[in-house]
Design a protein around this ligand. Sequence first.
Ligand code: PEP
Ligand code: MN
Length: 355
Amino acid sequence: MSLILEKLNLAGVPDERPLVISGPCSAETEEQVINTAKQLSAAGIKVFRAGVWKPRTKPGGFEGNGQKALEWMQHAKAETGMLTSTEVATPEHVEAALKSGIDLLWVGARTTANPFAVQSLADCLKGVDVPVLIKNPVNPDLELWIGALMRMNQAGIKRLGAIHRGFSSVDQKLYRNAPMWHIPIELKRRYPNLPIIFDPSHTGGRRDLIAPLCQQAMDLGFEGVIVESHCNPDEAWSDASQQVLPEVLAFILDKLVVRSNNEMTESLASLRHQIDEMDEQLIVLLTKRMRVSREIAEYKKIHNMAVVQTARYSEILDKRGVQGSMSGMSPEFIKKVFEAIHEESVRQQIEVINK
Ligand code: PEP
Ligand code: MN
Protein backbone atom coordinates (compact mmCIF):
# COMPACT_ATOMS: atom_id res chain seq x y z
CA MET A 1 0.00 0.00 0.00
CA SER A 2 1.40 3.38 -0.94
CA LEU A 3 2.07 6.39 1.23
CA ILE A 4 1.23 9.90 0.06
CA LEU A 5 4.28 11.88 1.04
CA GLU A 6 5.52 15.44 0.90
CA LYS A 7 8.97 16.69 1.80
CA LEU A 8 9.45 17.37 5.53
CA ASN A 9 9.91 21.00 4.55
CA LEU A 10 11.30 22.30 7.85
CA ALA A 11 11.32 26.09 7.91
CA GLY A 12 14.84 27.48 7.69
CA VAL A 13 16.47 24.05 7.41
CA PRO A 14 18.21 23.43 4.08
CA ASP A 15 16.81 20.42 2.22
CA GLU A 16 20.09 18.52 2.09
CA ARG A 17 21.65 15.43 3.64
CA PRO A 18 22.15 14.94 6.46
CA LEU A 19 19.25 16.48 8.34
CA VAL A 20 20.62 16.70 11.90
CA ILE A 21 18.34 16.74 14.93
CA SER A 22 20.05 16.96 18.30
CA GLY A 23 19.52 17.74 21.94
CA PRO A 24 19.28 15.98 25.27
CA CYS A 25 17.51 12.73 25.97
CA SER A 26 15.36 14.66 28.49
CA ALA A 27 14.65 18.30 29.17
CA GLU A 28 15.92 18.36 32.77
CA THR A 29 16.17 22.03 33.72
CA GLU A 30 15.69 25.32 31.91
CA GLU A 31 19.41 26.02 32.17
CA GLN A 32 20.35 22.65 30.65
CA VAL A 33 17.87 23.10 27.78
CA ILE A 34 19.03 26.63 26.95
CA ASN A 35 22.75 25.88 27.30
CA THR A 36 22.57 22.78 25.15
CA ALA A 37 20.46 24.54 22.51
CA LYS A 38 22.84 27.51 22.36
CA GLN A 39 25.87 25.26 21.94
CA LEU A 40 24.13 23.21 19.26
CA SER A 41 23.01 26.32 17.43
CA ALA A 42 26.59 27.64 17.49
CA ALA A 43 27.62 24.33 15.91
CA GLY A 44 25.13 24.91 13.08
CA ILE A 45 22.41 22.48 14.22
CA LYS A 46 18.96 23.68 13.21
CA VAL A 47 16.57 21.24 14.90
CA PHE A 48 16.54 20.76 18.67
CA ARG A 49 15.22 17.62 20.35
CA ALA A 50 14.38 16.96 24.00
CA GLY A 51 12.20 14.43 25.76
CA VAL A 52 9.42 16.17 27.67
CA TRP A 53 7.61 12.97 28.70
CA LYS A 54 9.94 10.03 29.24
CA PRO A 55 8.89 6.40 28.93
CA ARG A 56 10.85 4.63 31.68
CA THR A 57 11.24 0.90 32.06
CA LYS A 58 10.33 0.97 35.77
CA PRO A 59 8.25 3.39 37.84
CA GLY A 60 10.04 5.84 40.07
CA GLY A 61 12.60 7.07 37.52
CA PHE A 62 12.63 10.59 36.10
CA GLU A 63 9.58 10.74 33.84
CA GLY A 64 10.08 14.17 32.30
CA ASN A 65 9.06 17.70 33.21
CA GLY A 66 5.95 17.93 31.00
CA GLN A 67 4.44 21.39 30.59
CA LYS A 68 7.39 23.19 32.24
CA ALA A 69 9.76 21.58 29.75
CA LEU A 70 7.60 22.73 26.83
CA GLU A 71 8.05 26.30 28.06
CA TRP A 72 11.84 25.83 28.22
CA MET A 73 11.72 24.56 24.63
CA GLN A 74 9.85 27.73 23.63
CA HIS A 75 12.57 29.81 25.29
CA ALA A 76 15.29 27.81 23.53
CA LYS A 77 13.55 28.45 20.22
CA ALA A 78 13.23 32.17 20.93
CA GLU A 79 16.93 32.41 21.92
CA THR A 80 18.42 30.38 19.08
CA GLY A 81 15.88 30.28 16.25
CA MET A 82 16.14 26.49 16.21
CA LEU A 83 13.11 24.37 15.45
CA THR A 84 11.97 22.14 18.32
CA SER A 85 10.93 18.50 18.46
CA THR A 86 9.74 16.06 21.10
CA GLU A 87 8.27 12.60 21.61
CA VAL A 88 4.50 12.27 21.95
CA ALA A 89 2.85 9.14 23.28
CA THR A 90 -0.73 10.23 24.08
CA PRO A 91 -3.27 12.63 22.54
CA GLU A 92 -2.73 14.91 25.57
CA HIS A 93 0.97 15.10 24.70
CA VAL A 94 0.11 15.99 21.10
CA GLU A 95 -2.24 18.77 22.16
CA ALA A 96 0.19 20.23 24.68
CA ALA A 97 3.14 20.03 22.24
CA LEU A 98 1.23 21.70 19.41
CA LYS A 99 -0.08 24.40 21.75
CA SER A 100 3.51 25.18 22.75
CA GLY A 101 4.59 25.52 19.13
CA ILE A 102 6.70 22.36 18.94
CA ASP A 103 7.66 22.13 15.25
CA LEU A 104 8.16 18.40 14.79
CA LEU A 105 6.77 15.41 16.67
CA TRP A 106 8.11 11.91 16.92
CA VAL A 107 6.51 8.69 18.07
CA GLY A 108 8.74 6.58 20.33
CA ALA A 109 9.67 2.94 19.83
CA ARG A 110 7.45 1.66 22.63
CA THR A 111 4.45 3.52 21.26
CA THR A 112 4.95 2.38 17.65
CA ALA A 113 4.69 -1.19 18.94
CA ASN A 114 1.09 -0.48 20.03
CA PRO A 115 -1.42 0.08 17.19
CA PHE A 116 -4.10 1.37 19.60
CA ALA A 117 -1.76 4.07 20.85
CA VAL A 118 -0.63 5.00 17.33
CA GLN A 119 -4.24 5.24 16.15
CA SER A 120 -5.16 7.53 19.04
CA LEU A 121 -2.26 9.83 18.07
CA ALA A 122 -3.29 9.71 14.41
CA ASP A 123 -6.90 10.56 15.29
CA CYS A 124 -5.76 13.52 17.30
CA LEU A 125 -3.54 14.74 14.44
CA LYS A 126 -6.33 14.70 11.83
CA GLY A 127 -6.29 17.97 9.93
CA VAL A 128 -3.03 19.19 11.51
CA ASP A 129 -0.08 19.97 9.24
CA VAL A 130 2.94 19.04 11.32
CA PRO A 131 5.91 16.84 10.41
CA VAL A 132 5.87 13.50 12.24
CA LEU A 133 8.67 10.95 12.53
CA ILE A 134 7.89 7.37 13.51
CA LYS A 135 10.55 5.40 15.35
CA ASN A 136 10.73 1.70 14.59
CA PRO A 137 8.92 -0.52 17.11
CA VAL A 138 11.17 -2.07 19.77
CA ASN A 139 10.65 -5.50 18.19
CA PRO A 140 12.03 -6.17 14.70
CA ASP A 141 8.68 -6.07 12.90
CA LEU A 142 8.78 -4.07 9.68
CA GLU A 143 5.03 -4.47 9.07
CA LEU A 144 4.21 -2.93 12.44
CA TRP A 145 6.48 0.03 11.61
CA ILE A 146 4.80 0.45 8.21
CA GLY A 147 1.39 0.10 9.88
CA ALA A 148 2.15 3.05 12.14
CA LEU A 149 3.32 5.14 9.15
CA MET A 150 0.08 4.27 7.36
CA ARG A 151 -2.11 5.22 10.31
CA MET A 152 -0.47 8.67 10.36
CA ASN A 153 -0.66 9.00 6.60
CA GLN A 154 -4.32 8.05 6.52
CA ALA A 155 -4.97 10.74 9.12
CA GLY A 156 -3.56 13.23 6.59
CA ILE A 157 0.03 13.52 7.82
CA LYS A 158 2.08 13.82 4.63
CA ARG A 159 5.24 15.33 6.06
CA LEU A 160 6.19 11.94 7.38
CA GLY A 161 9.50 10.23 8.10
CA ALA A 162 10.89 7.20 9.89
CA ILE A 163 13.54 6.97 12.59
CA HIS A 164 15.64 3.83 12.79
CA ARG A 165 16.83 3.30 16.39
CA GLY A 166 17.68 -0.40 16.38
CA PHE A 167 15.76 -3.33 17.83
CA SER A 168 15.68 -5.12 21.18
CA SER A 169 17.55 -8.38 20.98
CA VAL A 170 18.58 -10.99 23.51
CA ASP A 171 21.57 -12.11 21.51
CA GLN A 172 23.76 -9.06 21.08
CA LYS A 173 26.26 -7.29 23.23
CA LEU A 174 27.93 -4.53 21.26
CA TYR A 175 24.80 -2.48 20.64
CA ARG A 176 22.07 -1.40 23.04
CA ASN A 177 19.63 -2.12 20.22
CA ALA A 178 20.70 -4.28 17.28
CA PRO A 179 20.79 -2.23 14.04
CA MET A 180 19.42 -5.05 11.81
CA TRP A 181 20.08 -2.78 8.83
CA HIS A 182 18.18 -5.05 6.46
CA ILE A 183 14.91 -3.85 8.03
CA PRO A 184 15.23 -0.09 7.32
CA ILE A 185 16.81 -0.99 3.95
CA GLU A 186 13.67 -2.93 3.05
CA LEU A 187 11.55 0.02 4.26
CA LYS A 188 13.53 2.27 1.92
CA ARG A 189 13.16 -0.17 -0.94
CA ARG A 190 9.38 -0.15 -0.52
CA TYR A 191 9.02 3.59 0.11
CA PRO A 192 11.93 5.31 -1.67
CA ASN A 193 10.52 8.78 -0.92
CA LEU A 194 10.14 8.23 2.82
CA PRO A 195 12.97 10.00 4.65
CA ILE A 196 14.72 7.73 7.15
CA ILE A 197 16.60 9.36 9.99
CA PHE A 198 19.03 7.23 11.96
CA ASP A 199 19.33 7.35 15.76
CA PRO A 200 22.87 6.20 16.67
CA SER A 201 22.34 7.11 20.34
CA HIS A 202 19.64 4.55 21.13
CA THR A 203 21.08 2.02 18.68
CA GLY A 204 24.62 2.12 20.06
CA GLY A 205 23.93 3.14 23.64
CA ARG A 206 27.55 4.33 23.83
CA ARG A 207 29.32 7.55 22.92
CA ASP A 208 32.12 5.85 21.02
CA LEU A 209 29.66 4.22 18.64
CA ILE A 210 28.03 7.50 17.53
CA ALA A 211 30.62 8.37 14.86
CA PRO A 212 30.92 4.95 13.16
CA LEU A 213 27.15 4.43 13.25
CA CYS A 214 26.48 7.87 11.73
CA GLN A 215 28.92 7.03 8.95
CA GLN A 216 27.19 3.70 8.32
CA ALA A 217 23.84 5.50 8.07
CA MET A 218 25.26 7.96 5.55
CA ASP A 219 26.80 5.11 3.51
CA LEU A 220 23.37 3.50 3.39
CA GLY A 221 21.83 6.68 2.04
CA PHE A 222 19.76 7.64 5.09
CA GLU A 223 18.49 11.22 5.05
CA GLY A 224 19.68 12.27 8.47
CA VAL A 225 20.60 11.55 12.06
CA ILE A 226 19.02 12.26 15.43
CA VAL A 227 21.75 12.33 18.06
CA GLU A 228 21.43 12.86 21.81
CA SER A 229 23.63 15.68 23.11
CA HIS A 230 23.90 17.37 26.48
CA CYS A 231 25.87 20.30 27.89
CA ASN A 232 27.06 18.00 30.70
CA PRO A 233 26.54 14.42 29.46
CA ASP A 234 28.01 12.60 32.46
CA GLU A 235 25.45 14.24 34.74
CA ALA A 236 22.45 13.52 32.47
CA TRP A 237 19.33 12.27 34.26
CA SER A 238 18.69 9.63 31.57
CA ASP A 239 20.85 7.88 28.97
CA ALA A 240 24.08 9.50 30.26
CA SER A 241 26.40 6.97 28.61
CA GLN A 242 25.19 7.74 25.09
CA GLN A 243 24.99 11.54 25.12
CA VAL A 244 27.77 13.67 23.67
CA LEU A 245 28.78 17.29 24.09
CA PRO A 246 27.49 19.55 21.29
CA GLU A 247 31.10 20.27 20.32
CA VAL A 248 31.79 16.53 20.01
CA LEU A 249 28.77 16.21 17.74
CA ALA A 250 30.11 19.07 15.63
CA PHE A 251 33.44 17.22 15.32
CA ILE A 252 31.69 13.96 14.36
CA LEU A 253 29.61 15.74 11.71
CA ASP A 254 32.65 17.47 10.33
CA LYS A 255 34.37 14.11 9.79
CA LEU A 256 31.30 12.50 8.25
CA VAL A 257 31.70 11.52 4.61
CA VAL A 258 28.41 12.17 2.86
CA ARG A 259 28.44 10.52 -0.53
CA SER A 260 25.97 11.25 -3.28
CA ASN A 261 22.73 9.47 -2.79
CA ASN A 262 22.26 8.00 -6.24
CA GLU A 263 20.67 4.62 -6.83
CA MET A 264 23.89 2.79 -7.69
CA THR A 265 25.82 3.83 -4.62
CA GLU A 266 22.85 3.07 -2.46
CA SER A 267 22.16 -0.41 -3.67
CA LEU A 268 25.84 -1.36 -3.69
CA ALA A 269 26.27 0.00 -0.16
CA SER A 270 23.17 -1.81 1.00
CA LEU A 271 24.40 -5.12 -0.42
CA ARG A 272 27.78 -4.58 1.22
CA HIS A 273 26.13 -3.94 4.52
CA GLN A 274 24.16 -7.14 4.23
CA ILE A 275 27.46 -8.94 3.69
CA ASP A 276 29.01 -7.19 6.71
CA GLU A 277 26.07 -8.17 8.84
CA MET A 278 26.29 -11.81 7.79
CA ASP A 279 30.06 -11.86 8.37
CA GLU A 280 29.42 -10.52 11.84
CA GLN A 281 26.88 -13.31 12.43
CA LEU A 282 29.40 -15.89 11.16
CA ILE A 283 31.92 -14.73 13.77
CA VAL A 284 29.26 -14.86 16.51
CA LEU A 285 28.36 -18.43 15.49
CA LEU A 286 31.99 -19.52 15.27
CA THR A 287 32.61 -18.10 18.73
CA LYS A 288 29.68 -20.09 20.10
CA ARG A 289 30.94 -23.22 18.35
CA MET A 290 34.42 -22.78 19.86
CA ARG A 291 32.88 -22.33 23.31
CA VAL A 292 31.05 -25.66 23.00
CA SER A 293 34.19 -27.25 21.65
CA ARG A 294 36.10 -26.11 24.75
CA GLU A 295 33.39 -27.67 26.94
CA ILE A 296 33.88 -30.92 25.05
CA ALA A 297 37.60 -30.63 25.83
CA GLU A 298 36.81 -30.44 29.56
CA TYR A 299 34.82 -33.67 29.19
CA LYS A 300 37.60 -35.39 27.24
CA LYS A 301 40.09 -34.31 29.88
CA ILE A 302 38.03 -35.79 32.74
CA HIS A 303 37.46 -39.02 30.80
CA ASN A 304 41.03 -39.18 29.58
CA MET A 305 40.03 -39.21 25.90
CA ALA A 306 42.18 -38.18 22.92
CA VAL A 307 41.46 -34.73 21.49
CA VAL A 308 41.01 -35.87 17.89
CA GLN A 309 38.34 -38.50 17.41
CA THR A 310 38.78 -39.35 13.73
CA ALA A 311 35.38 -41.02 13.26
CA ARG A 312 33.61 -37.92 14.49
CA TYR A 313 35.78 -35.68 12.30
CA SER A 314 34.92 -37.72 9.18
CA GLU A 315 31.25 -37.62 10.09
CA ILE A 316 31.35 -33.79 10.26
CA LEU A 317 33.14 -33.50 6.89
CA ASP A 318 30.70 -35.92 5.21
CA LYS A 319 27.54 -34.36 6.60
CA ARG A 320 28.54 -30.78 5.77
CA GLY A 321 29.98 -31.81 2.39
CA VAL A 322 26.58 -33.13 1.35
CA GLN A 323 24.71 -30.13 2.77
CA GLY A 324 27.15 -27.73 1.07
CA SER A 325 26.90 -29.26 -2.36
CA MET A 326 23.11 -29.40 -2.10
CA SER A 327 23.26 -25.64 -1.42
CA GLY A 328 25.27 -25.03 -4.58
CA MET A 329 28.76 -24.80 -3.09
CA SER A 330 31.69 -26.88 -4.22
CA PRO A 331 32.56 -29.87 -1.97
CA GLU A 332 36.23 -28.73 -2.01
CA PHE A 333 35.25 -25.36 -0.60
CA ILE A 334 33.16 -26.90 2.20
CA LYS A 335 35.99 -29.30 3.00
CA LYS A 336 38.46 -26.41 3.27
CA VAL A 337 36.13 -24.40 5.53
CA PHE A 338 35.47 -27.31 7.89
CA GLU A 339 39.09 -28.38 7.98
CA ALA A 340 40.00 -24.85 9.05
CA ILE A 341 37.26 -24.80 11.69
CA HIS A 342 38.31 -28.21 12.95
CA GLU A 343 41.94 -27.15 13.13
CA GLU A 344 41.10 -24.14 15.27
CA SER A 345 38.78 -26.26 17.40
CA VAL A 346 41.56 -28.80 18.04
CA ARG A 347 43.98 -25.99 18.90
CA GLN A 348 41.52 -24.64 21.47
CA GLN A 349 40.83 -28.10 22.92
CA ILE A 350 44.58 -28.74 23.36
CA GLU A 351 44.80 -25.40 25.16
CA VAL A 352 42.02 -26.50 27.54
CA ILE A 353 43.52 -29.93 28.16
CA ASN A 354 46.96 -28.49 28.95
CA LYS A 355 45.57 -25.92 31.36
C1 PEP B 1 14.27 9.03 22.93
O1 PEP B 1 14.50 9.34 21.75
O2 PEP B 1 14.58 9.73 23.88
C2 PEP B 1 13.66 7.71 23.21
C3 PEP B 1 13.05 7.44 24.34
O3 PEP B 1 13.87 6.84 22.23
P1 PEP B 1 13.23 5.40 21.85
O4 PEP B 1 11.77 5.62 21.69
O5 PEP B 1 13.94 5.12 20.58
O6 PEP B 1 13.61 4.45 22.95
MN1 MN C 1 17.23 8.69 25.35
